[in-house]
Write a protein that binds this ligand. Structure first.
Ligand SMILES: Cc1cc2nc3c(=O)[nH]c(=O)nc-3n(C[C@H](O)[C@H](O)[C@H](O)COP(=O)(O)OP(=O)(O)OC[C@H]3O[C@@H](n4cnc5c(N)ncnc54)[C@H](O)[C@@H]3O)c2cc1C
Length: 300
C-alpha cells in the first residue's frame, strides 16, 4: 500500500493507465458498493479500474441516514444471521477500520404500553446486544439500559409526559457516509486501483456476446477512451438498469428503488441528549443527531 492523493494529476494518470492494457476488473460507479468492490479486488492483487460519472458518493451513498446498524427491526423478521453479521461489521468499523468516521450513538425507544412492551422490546435489544458479541470481539458500543418515564424525559426533555410510559436506551453507530466512501476509494487507489471521477461509462464493448470493456467519457475534456477488462462490475445503484441497457441485454438483477425522506431540522428545535427511534404504522422513524442538526428519517 502506498500513500496517494486523489488529485487532478492522479486522475489524469489513472485515465491514461485505464486506456493502456487489459484490466482484470473494471468497476463502474463510485458509490460505497463500487468503491468497496474496487478495494476488495485491488487487495487480492488484481489490476483494477474504478470510474465514477460525477464524484465519489455523489449518488445514494451521500444521502443515507448515516447509520451503521445491525438493523434492530430485522430482528422482528427473525433474520438473526443478517443482524449478527451487520453487528460484527459495525464493531470492526468502530474499533479498527474507520474509528475516525464511525462513532457510537445512543438511541431512545419510548415505550407506550405498560408491561408486555418492555418485556418484548427489552428482549429485542438484549438479543441485539448479545448478537453483537457473537464474533468474539468487543461490540464497540455500551450495553442498553432501561429507563423510567422520568429518566427518559431527563434524556429527551422534548418528549411529552403523556407520550410514553418508559423507554429503552440502546446504541448503534453513525458514519459520515460520503467521507467513508471517499476513503474506501482512496484506499483502493493506495492498493493500486486506477481511480477516476468525472468519468462516465457511455457504452459497453462486447465480443461474442460477452462484455469485454467499456467506453468511458472524460467529462472534463469530452474525450472518450476504451477500457478493456476481463470483468466489468456494474455498481451504479439506482442507475443499474440504465448501465445494463448499454449492453443491449436484460440484466439478471433488477434494482427497485427504495424511497426515503429526510427532514433536516436545527438542533435547538428538539431538546434531547440522544437520538430516537419511534415506531410508525408501517416502519420506523429515526431522529438522528447530525452536527448542528437533527436528521428525521423515514424509510418506506
Ligand atoms: C433513504 C435511504 C436511507 C438509507 N440509510 C442507510 C443507512 O442509514 N445505513 C446504511 O448502511 N444504508 C442506508 N441506505 C442504503 C445505502 O445508502 C445504499 O445501499 C448505498 O448507498 C448504495 O450504494 P451504491 O454504491 O450501490 O449506489 P450509489 O451510491 O448511488 O452509487 C452509484 C454511483 O454510480 C454512478 N454512476 C451511475 N451511472 C454511471 C455511469 N454510466 N458511469 C459511471 N458512474 C455511474 C453514480 O454517479 C453514483 O455515484 C439508505 C438508503 C436510502 C435510500
Amino acid at each position: 500500500m502506498r500513500s496517494v492523493a486523489l488529485s487532478p494529476e492522479a486522475r489524469t494518470r489513472a485515465l491514461a493507465d485505464l486506456a493502456s492494457g487489459e484490466l482484470d476488473v473494471l468497476v463502474v460507479g463510485g458509490g460505497v458498493v463500487g468503491a468497496g468492490s474496487a478495494l476488495d479486488a485491488a487487495t487480492r492483487g488484481l489490476r483494477v479500474g474504478l470510474v465514477e460519472a460525477r464524484d465519489f458518493a455523489a449518488g445514494t451513498s451521500s444521502r443515507s441516514s448515516k447509520l451503521i446498524h445491525g438493523g434492530l427491526r430485522y430482528l422482528e423478521m427473525l433474520d438473526f444471521r443478517l443482524v449478527a453479521e451487520a453487528l460484527q461489521e459495525r464493531g470492526l468499523l468502530i474499533q479498527t477500520l474507520a474509528p475516525h468516521l464511525v462513532r457510537p450513538v445512543p438511541f431512545v425507544y419510548p415505550l407506550k404500553h405498560r408491561g408486555w412492551e418492555r418485556l418484548y422490546a427489552g428482549a429485542g435489544v438484549a438479543l441485539y446486544d448479545t448478537l453483537g458479541l457473537l464474533s468474539g470481539r468487543s461490540r464497540g458500543v455500551p450495553h442498553h439500559r432501561h429507563l423510567t418515564r422520568r429518566g427518559a424525559r431527563r434524556v429527551v426533555p422534548s418528549l411529552r409526559k403523556d407520550a410514553l410510559v418508559g423507554a429503552l436506551e440502546y446504541y448503534d453507530a453513525q458514519v459520515d457516509d460520503a467521507r467513508h466512501t471517499m476513503m474506501v476509494a482512496r484506499t483502493a487507489a493506495a492498493y493500486g486501483a486506477h481511480v477516476a471521477t468525472r468519468a462516465r461509462v457511455v457504452g459497453l464493448m462486447k465480443e461474442s456476446g460477452r462484455v469485454v470493456g467499456a467506453e468511458v467519457q472524460d467529462l472534463e475534456t469530452g474525450e472518450r477512451i476504451e477500457v478493456r477488462a476481463k470483468q466489468v462490475i456494474n455498481a451504479t445503484g439506482v442507475w443499474t438498469d440504465d448501465t445494463q441497457s448499454l449492453a443491449d441485454t436484460r440484466g439478471q438483477f433488477h434494482v427497485r428503488a427504495s424511497k426515503g425522506i429526510h427532514l433536516v431540522i436545527p438542533r435547538d428545535r428538539l431538546q434531547s441528549k440522544t437520538g430516537m427511534i419511534l415506531r410508525t404504522e408501517k416502519s420506523v422513524l429515526f431522529v438522528i443527531p447530525w452536527g448542528r442538526h437533527w436528521i428525521v428519517g423515514y424509510k418506506f
